[in-house]
Design a protein around this ligand. Sequence first.
Ligand code: PAF
Length: 301
Amino acid sequence: LKTLTDSAAMRRESRRAREAGARIGLVPTMGYLHEGHLSLVRRSRAECGFTIASLFVNPAQFSAGEDLERYPRNPERDMRLLASEGVDVVFTPEARAVYREGHSTWIDVEGPSAGLCGSFRPGHFRGVATIVAKLFNIVRPDVAYFGQKDAQQCAVVRRMAEDLDTGVDIVVCPTVREPDGLALSSRNFFLSAPERAAAPALYAALREAAGSIEAGERSAKAIAAALRDRLAATPFRIQYAEAVRARDLQSVETIEDETLIAVAAHLGATRLIDNITVRPPAGGGPGAHRSRPTESGKRTN
Ligand code: PAF
């Protein structure tokens, strides 16, 4: 497994692979890898002749008081996992080389950065869009892989990739879950045993909300209120719980299109996010025939 820390060397390596005719896949990560990340690597390996994974805990997407310092790290284990998955190159730059002295260019993606996590993590998506654009410029991938668990991040990255004419295809892969429904996240590491036992309530509440839409509920407000009520009976402290239009994350009063039900909540000191998408059955209204949910009812979404 080749490990590179230098941007110029990374660019050369990627150019060589392209000249050899390979399609280049990029899996951007902040490390502390789990099956969710590995599913992105596997997808890239299946679709691309050359797969690059980046490992970089991006300081620019954490604001003061967030968990940058204590974000879990285990680079040795990450390298072993990436090697066993057959990744071609791991790019793991130093923060001071990524954000050199005088760095003053930031990418603000209006629209999809607003609302949901954007309301509670000021500057977060600016940091994400900037690092992903920098990675695209260094690696020059044909395709980049992201997980649906970070639905808003996916929308931000997709918009950025399109608006800046990067030519990079953005592929969003299903959320990978524990057998009890908990979405895999590096931050699950922080959960105490009782918190871990309580954690599946988040996905259970999302599935119930998706079920209400499938059963004919069309009020986004009612869905959100029921979701909040359901979680109020658990140890979670909700930051937001919303049903928005999946296509553009816009708030709607009446659910007509595919809908993203998204939630962020704290369990003790750990902030977890999760979401589910659901397509309202054609015809709508209570008692309308049930259609297949787009994602609920599966172990992955
Ligand atoms: O999803 C993550 O791990 C990060 O936000 C990303 C995309 C690697 C950018 O730092």
